[in-house]
Design a binder for this molecule. Structure first.
Ligand code: AMP
Length: 206
């Protein structure tokens, strides 16, 4: 099954993506994670996108589409995958159609008033890629999954969150109509608990 997860920054995409991939045994392809890995390893791509990511803007379409096309051509993707953070605009969505149209697009909808609190309380693990909220893990700096040192992502500050939300509204939100017109969108209420959101997703995926 080829799944796309849509939703505003902080809607819980990463958390749900991990649970979906475990249950349905598909690879989790997060463009944000791929970019962050490149930044960590100081690759040419990482150096190119670091300032863009830190500002909350989108990385160039050509680089992003190429990267996804290459990743989807790997053998582990033959039976499906979950795309998290891609596509992010109409150009990327139409590019994706050329090599891999999705079977289902799940849009996690959250109350935008709650997003800032969700993101500013987020702690991320650069080692395993996990992301946790201080409401659940408390004030620890140790990753509960792998023991790595938790950090606050550079783009999880209030100023950058504002920019990311504005980018989302301008460029990513139009994808909801784009996929609705194709008849593949399914909307999920993202304002409840992790289990509540996951249950709705499982009802869709079967
Ligand atoms: P995320 O982890 O999905 O919130 O993405 C973090 C950042 O990575 C975004 O704010 C963008 O700068 C960049 N990024 C991730 N996915 C894409 C994409 N599909 N197109 C362009 N930039 C992206």
């Amino acid at each position: 099954m080829r799944i796309i997860l849509l939703g505003a920054p902080g809607c819980g995409k990463g958390t749900q993506a991990a649970k979906i991939c475990e249950k349905y045994d598909v690879p989790h392809i997060s463009t944000g994670d791929i970019f962050r890995e490149n930044i960590k390893n100081q690759t040419e791509l990482g150096i190119k996108v670091k300032a863009i990511m830190d500002s909350g803007n989108l990385c160039p379409d050509d680089v992003t589409c190429e990267l996804v096309k290459d990743r989807l051509s790997k053998p582990d993707c033959v039976n499906g995958y979950l795309l998290d953070g891609f596509p992010r605009n109409l150009f990327q969505a139409t590019e994706l159609e050329k090599f891999a149209a999705p079977d289902v697009v799940i849009d996690i909808q959250v109350n935008l008033d709650k997003i800032e609190k969700r993101i500013t309380g987020r702690r991320s693990c650069p080692v395993c890629g996990g992301s946790f909220h201080i409401d659940f893990i408390g004030n620890t700096s140790i990753c509960p999954t792998c023991g790595g040192e938790l950090v606050i992502r550079k783009d999880d500050t209030p100023e950058v969150i504002k920019e990311r939300l504005s980018v989302y509204a301008s460029y990513t939100e139009p994808l909801i109509k784009y996929y609705a017109d194709k008849g593949v969108i399914k909307v999920v209420d993202g304002d409840g608990s992790i289990d509540y959101v996951f249950e709705q997703i499982c009802n869709i995926l079967g």
